[in-house]
Design a protein around this ligand. Sequence first.
Ligand code: GNR
Ligand code: NI
Length: 171
Amino acid sequence: MALRSILVIPEKKLRLVSEPVAGIDASVRALVADMFETMYEAPGIGLAAIQVGEPRRVVTMDLARKDEPRQPQVFINPEITWSSETLNVHEEGCLSIPEYYEEVERPAEVKVRYLDLEGQPLEVHASGLLATCIQHEIDHLNGVLFIDHLSKLKRDRVVKKYSKVARRAAE
Ligand code: GNR
Ligand code: NI
């Protein structure tokens, strides 16, 4: 297992469309282990593989509260098969956009088909935080960030701020 560094905007890789996992082999299991280590250390409640630079359709998640036992979940090749018409607003953050939080409107409930780490096809009917988080992570697999759901004014302001931070760091 290894702690990986998390890519931060304006890193171009975050805009890649990730490739489906063809078979769950040792490299996928190693990636998942690294992602959990990195996600727990950050700390975050979800992580998409592209955030550690791997353009593969792999998501890790743990929605347990701090005072609860860990509930690690893995979603491989997740696909939304149904979205509710009812929308929900939830405040979101992203490890790739550190210390920026904003309310995002998304379908309140979704059904998601995916493979678990054994390659078993499963479907989950998600609501609440799980619905928000799984949609946020599937967006990452498609090169989409939560700021893309905000007004252009807000998005441009955030991107500009982080571009400035990156330029200063490069000096
Ligand atoms: O840690 C995270 N918290 C969070 C809060 C609300 C909605 C989505 C998230 S996911 C985020 C970690 C992350 O960037 N995953 O891609
Ligand atoms: Ni994110």
